[in-house]
Structure formats: structure tokens, C-alpha cells
Design a protein around this ligand. Sequence first.
Ligand SMILES: [Zn+2]
Length: 124
Amino acid sequence: MKHIIENLLKLQTIQFGAAAGAETEKQTAALRALIPAPILAHHDRLVARGKKGVAVIKGQTCGECHVQVPKNAVLTLMHGTDIQICGNCGRYLCLPEHVAPAQPPVKAKKTKSKAKPAALLQTA
Ligand SMILES: [Zn+2]
């Protein structure tokens, strides 16, 4: 069950990321093929409303709507036995450790955007 949420999260990272092109389209298609249709449909409904489909649990609250997540739900996610949905906002819940692999590319983008103004200053 864990890998489904991990794939959803990867999909979300791509969908909400600035990068677009043939490579991201390929990645999106590959990830969508791995996610069960009903889960993907629920995720797409949230995304269609401009929301993220996956929320990362912070402390013991939903990372998107900040409502407390029941301990049972957190334990279920830790055991990886089932998928949990936030009772308040309806997003799929995931634990912070599932996010770790997706973070480095985001950081790389930030450093790139920071480098641009410095380059402009040097030429001016
Ligand atoms: Zn929520």
C-alpha cells in the first residue's frame, strides 16, 4: 500500500512542479499506470479543484488542512497495511518519510532560481 501513496506523491510533485515536457509526460503516464484507477480518480478530482491530492502528516495533523489525524490512521500508515484519507479535506495521507526521495529535485530548482539574479547583477 505504501508504494501507491509514494507513486501518488511522485505524480503530485510532477504535476505541481514547474517542469514540463516530453520527459515529465512520460513519467506522469508511467506513474498513473501504477496507481489503481479508483485512487487515481479521487486524486484527479482533488487536483481538478486546484488541491493537492496527497497531504503529508506533520506531527499528527494533516499537512494541508491542519486538522488532527487519528492515531489509528497514522499507525495504519506506519504499518503500510492500508491507505488513509484525511477526514476533513479528503486528501490521501502520507508519512513524512515517504516524501524524502522527492525532495532533492525541488531543492535543486530553488538554488537555480537563486543563481539567476546573481548572474544578472554580474552582467549589469
Ligand atoms: Zn486534511
